[in-house]
Design a protein around this ligand. Structure first.
Ligand code: FES
Length: 558
């Protein structure tokens, strides 16, 4: 970014922005207006499957544990490490929160003891004592664990965009918020596809090759659009140290492996005419500003190079160091403590009952198979029952210990605990179906209501329902609960019982918050009757359990 000469610039030269990698997507950003700790991740995630690569065991955690601000992009456990946050980050740190629909992050941080929060709005800058935070928030059910985000940070002289693994869609808005001195983004895979699928090796390799190419191409598009002075590969790949998963690492630049490392992407950028890429490893610092980037690594350049050049050797040594941790986690898994079918029935059936759009979207039976037995989640009948050889459309083969863990800990998002572990096998008849995995992200009433509301809005701009003498929008303006299920009317006031928000039916005014209105209009009985007689009642827009599908939507994540 060109440097205008101004007093602000002169001051900035005295205290430039310094960004230190703390591993994976983790950054410790020091500015003249305070420091920001982003996405610190140190403990293994997803049933001891993922570890940061390169290792961040040598990062000085004392140095980063007392930042001015904490920013977490989302709740995936390679970005949200509760153990680290609980033990090592000062609880009076101000947390800058993305604008996510459900307050899951704030709740999780409150449970860890954090008490100071700043709420942002999507793409709206917030200035905090000289430092400007702008957070693009992605909120589709497919975005991370019901929300993913990036951070644009500006200290008056230097502006960086920490995109990490989010996929913002409004590139014009992002460009308008620039120019950027630095851009940190994901380029590598962070998913179980295609490795866990039961497919012929050749087909799997072809899918892997395509995925590797696509993910780097997508990152390149962001780089081209945002034109930052410097680009830093970030937020991956993880590495896999458990013996069961060690083969997933990309040791030798296998074109079919979805976990290429930072050096592969930097070379890819160069091949596409971009020399702005720079490598950071945990402990490396980049001092930015005035179109200059000075990098200091924690080790000699040849040692940094050796991590990538001798990766197998590096990972074998890393595995040996972390083996006791892996063994301890594995030995803590429960086995034989839970009646899986009965527990899932009790948990999932009430959710299926509310999940009109999801059930239509899945449109089949899913077999959860743990070897000696299986449970069918039947999205047609909205039932869970023991498997007796029924036909299935989707099959997930999972060690019963992991299913038992999910049940005992009542994990409301199995993607963020189980599926990202890659410790399962998947089969399906037909194409990828996003509703299947989204269901497993939404294992609470609040979550399923949000997803259902989101799908409904995509499908029908404004579904209405008949509520006494009014036609009222079907989804609650707060967090999209289905008001036909959760709405209670008394004395002209509609209360959504999911969180208790209230609306005046005569005006649509929200009595709980001043920035949300309920769309309602007086019901004109004559018109309604006439419409019904013509077979075109507006109620027909409301999807029934099986009558209307969510638009034939297909894969967004894979
Ligand atoms: S969804 Fe929260 S009050 Fe309706």
């Amino acid at each position: 970014m060109a440097a205008p000469s101004s007093p602000v610039r002169a001051e900035a030269r005295l205290a430039p922005m310094r960004v230190t990698s703390v591993g994976h997507a983790g950054l410790f950003i020091e500015t003249r207006h305070g420091s920001v700790l982003c996405d610190p991740w140190f403990n293994p995630a997803y049933f001891a499957s993922w570890f940061p690569f390169p290792s961040n065991e040598e990062v000085d955690v004392e140095r980063i544990g007392n930042p001015t601000y904490l920013y977490l992009s989302h709740l995936h456990h390679d970005h949200f490490d509760p153990e680290f946050l609980r033990e090592l980050v000062a609880k009076d740190t101000t947390v800058v929160l993305p604008d996510f629909p459900l307050p899951l992050m704030e709740r999780a941080l409150e449970e860890l003891g954090f008490r100071s929060f700043v709420h942002t709005r999507n793409l709206e800058p917030v200035e905090l004592d000289g430092l400007t935070f702008t957070i693009p928030a992605a909120v589709a059910p497919t975005d991370g664990p019901l929300g993913d985000s990036g951070l644009i940070l500006y200290d008056g002289a230097t502006r960086i965009f920490n995109q990490n693994d989010s996929r913002p869609v409004d590139l014009d808005a992002l460009s308008a918020l620039g120019p950027y001195d630095a851009h940190f983004l994901q380029f590598s895979g962070a998913i179980w596809y295609p490795m866990v699928y039961r497919l012929p090796e050749k087909a799997k390799a072809a899918l892997g090759r395509k995925k590797r190419e696509n993910q780097m191409m997508r990152a390149l598009r962001y780089v081209e659009q945002l034109e930052a002075d410097f680009v830093f590969p970030s937020a991956g790949p993880p590495c896999f140290l458990d013996d069961d998963l060690f083969h997933l690492n990309d040791f030798d630049r296998d074109p079919a492996n979805i976990f290429p490392d930072q050096t592969v992407f930097l070379e890819y950028l160069e091949r596409h005419g971009r020399d702005s890429g720079r490598l950071l490893v945990p402990g490396s610092s980049a001092t930015l500003g005035d179109g200059v980037c000075a990098i200091e690594h924690p080790h000699a350049d040849e040692d940094v190079h050796a991590i990538f050049a001798n990766k197998r050797e590096y990972l074998e040594a890393y595995r040996t160091r972390r083996q006791p941790t892996i063994d301890a986690i594995r030995s803590s898994w429960p086995r034989g403590e839970v009646d899986i079918v009965a527990s899932l029935r009790e948990w999932f059936e009430p959710l299926l009952e509310q999940a009109d759009m999801t059930c239509v979207g899945v449109n089949g039976r899913l077999l959860l198979d743990w070897g000696e037995q299986g449970a069918v989640i039947d999205f047609h009948q909205r039932l869970v029952y023991e498997w007796h050889g029924e036909e299935w459309d989707y099959r997930l083969g999972i060690d019963r210990a992991l299913i038992e863990s999910c049940i005992l800990k009542h994990y409301e998002d199995w993607v963020n605990e189980l599926f990202l572990s890659c410790r399962f096998e998947a089969e399906r008849k037909g194409p990828f179906n996003e509703y299947v995995y989204n269901f497993f992200k939404c294992l609470s009433e609040e979550r399923i209501q949000y997803a259902e509301g989101y799908y409904s809005e995509q499908f029908h701009e404004q579904q209405m329902w008949e509520c006494g003498d009014y036609l009222v929008q079907r989804r609650c303006p707060h967090l999209k609960a289905d008001l036909t299920r959760f709405g209670v009317v008394e004395d002209g006031i509609l209360t959504c019982t999911l969180h208790g928000w209230q609306f005046e039916l005569a005006t649509g005014r929200c009595l709980t918050s001043d920035d949300r209105r309920l769309h309602c209009e007086p019901l004109r009985r004559g018109e309604a009757v006439a419409a019904e007689a013509n077979g075109s009642s507006r109620d027909e827009e409301v999807p029934s359990a099986r009558g209307v599908g969510p638009g034939g939507g297909s894969p967004v994540i894979s």
